[in-house]
Write a new protein. Structure first.
Length: 153
């Protein structure tokens, strides 16, 4: 991790790194020490574009309901694909909740960290009660389902 962080900083100008740090402070409302901890956990967030980060942060705050501090403490969330991971999993969880099929008290962070286990625990076991769920999730993860498409209308 440290080697990766050094490489990222070395490959970017001082101004670019400073601009990225200011972006995080402004967007997440964090202190420099909090930001240092987040970067030490996930140095690659320095290499993600501001536009990409903004979309992910807005989704996590506005759609999922996370506090900026929560995201800052779990910066790995910012490394996941919004279109192919975060959004599809969130939509599946909302659909299962709406149908009364979600009996899990796991946090969104725990769910977002799952890939194969997510499919086993939330897709495969609900195929009979939610027809088309597996196909929808597969398409969504491939980026084939536009944001306005509603699962299980």
């Amino acid at each position: 991790m440290f080697k990766y962080a050094v490489s990222l900083v070395a490959d970017n100008s001082k101004e670019k790194v400073a601009a990225k740090l200011e972006f995080f402070k402004r967007t997440l409302g964090c202190s420099e020490s909090e930001l240092s901890i987040a970067i030490s956990k996930m140095p690659s967030i320095l290499g993600i574009s501001d536009e990409n980060l903004t979309r992910k942060i807005e989704f996590l705050v506005n759609e999922v309901g996370m506090e900026p501090q929560y995201i800052l403490e779990r910066p790995v969330l910012l490394g996941y694909s919004l279109e192919k991971r975060l959004l599809p999993q969130h939509r599946v969880m909302k659909a299962l909740q709406a149908k009364g099929l979600l009996n899990s008290n796991r946090t969104y962070f725990t769910l977002a960290n799952m890939v194969d286990a997510f499919i086993l625990k939330f897709i495969d076991c609900h195929q009979d009660s939610v027809p088309g769920l597996a196909a929808y999730y597969a398409k969504a993860c491939a980026g084939d389902v536009p944001p306005e498409v509603q699962l299980l209308s």
